[in-house]
Design a protein around this ligand. Structure first.
Ligand SMILES: [Zn+2]
Ligand SMILES: [Zn+2]
Length: 336
């Protein structure tokens, strides 16, 4: 088999590896058929994240089951599945609390496509071993077009997690999204619209992303972040920009929630006195992944969220080294 290796900023290549084999009855071997970049991968490839190559990259893919171990349940060869980005057991005290992104049975950070928490390979690969496969893999409805769904591993359920549960608690609340990095902000805009926000304001400097946001039903605000954009009960920083993060915090209304999806790799001084005075609920962390895959998928299959509007291009997986070195927002690399 072969896997895509990130060598250094702007340079990726396919490398041959021995085929993975089942190491435990609960493992499965899968073949990715549609894979894409997480926003973090884009920062890595640009050389803006503190991860040095070489390592196998990629943690967003739809795959076909090749072999399901004897201890798996509900999986069979040929089935199309979402591969969640994190390596998780599904039954530890954190997984049981729907926090498999911090599974206690594996080293901290364990995931595909990054050199943290072990070497699990990347999802831009011809074959992948999936531990605890019955938990890690989410079957797709038979016959569904998988071309634009690769981000169900991470960025799509993250977009759901950032918006829909908050809107369920505050029906019709307006949402502010500080974009600038890539797809998470746009997926979040789509879920906020579908989740019933009375208004979704999307701030970015990039014309193309602003056009996509408009198409998704958001109100596009062009320009750099203002000191504050007002007072919103639900605010999302998906900018990978410290000024936008501070703007997001200052734009959160008293007792409102401000979530940052990360992409900040150095310490940033936060206006803690302002946050204290207004009672700001600030959250930052990696998306929870698996617990939100089914709900995120339901919005897509119902046509309420259309990830194809965010896709920048569809190309053969073979071309990944060239396509991923280019600056496109969200290329879908497919294998037929
Ligand atoms: Zn990711
Ligand atoms: Zn666990």
């Amino acid at each position: 088999m072969r896997e895509l290796v990130f060598l250094k900023p702007g340079l990726l290549e396919w490398q041959d590896r021995p085929d993975p084999v089942l190491q435990h009855p609960e493992d499965a071997i899968v073949r990715p058929i549609s894979a894409t970049l997480c926003d973090l991968d884009r920062l890595i490839i640009r050389g803006e994240a503190p991860f040095k190559g070489p390592f196998a990259i990629g943690h967003e893919a739809i795959a076909e089951v090749v072999t399901a171990g004897a201890g798996t349940v509900g999986l069979y060869p040929g089935q199309h599945v979402v591969v969640s980005w994190h390596i998780s057991c599904g039954h530890c005290h954190r997984c049981n609390r729907h926090l498999p992104n911090t599974c206690a049975s594996h080293p901290p950070g364990a995931m595909y496509g990054l050199p943290v928490g072990g070497a699990w390979g990347g999802l831009f690969s011809s074959l992948v071993r999936v531990p605890f496969a019955s938990f890690a893999l989410t079957p797709l409805p038979p016959g569904i077009d998988t071309t634009h769904l690769a981000s169900l591993s991470d960025n799509l359920p993250f977009g759901y997690e950032l918006t829909v549960p908050h809107l369920a608690a505050q029906p019709g609340a307006p949402v502010l999204i500080l974009g600038g990095c890539g797809s998470i902000a746009l997926y979040a805009a789509a879920y906020a619209v579908a989740g019933g926000a009375s208004r979704v304001d999307y701030v970015d400097t990039d014309r193309h992303r602003l056009e996509i946001a408009t198409e998704l039903g958001a109100n596009a605000i062009e320009g750099p972040p203002r000191r504050s954009h007002g007072a919103y009960p639900i605010v999302i920083d998906a900018s990978a920009n410290s000024e936008s993060l501070l703007s997001a915090i200052r734009s959160t209304e008293p007792e409102g929630t401000c979530s940052s999806v990360g992409g900040h790799f150095t310490d940033i001084a936060l206006p803690l006195m302002e946050m204290y005075a207004r009672g700001i609920h600030f959250y930052t962390g990696r998306g929870r992944g698996k617990p939100n895959v089914a709900a995120a998928m339901d919005f897509v299959t119902a046509g309420r969220v259309r990830p194809e509007l965010v896709t920048s291009e569809v190309a053969p997986l073979e071309d990944a080294p060239r396509i991923l070195a280019e600056p496109s927002i969200k290329p879908m690399l497919v294998e037929r």
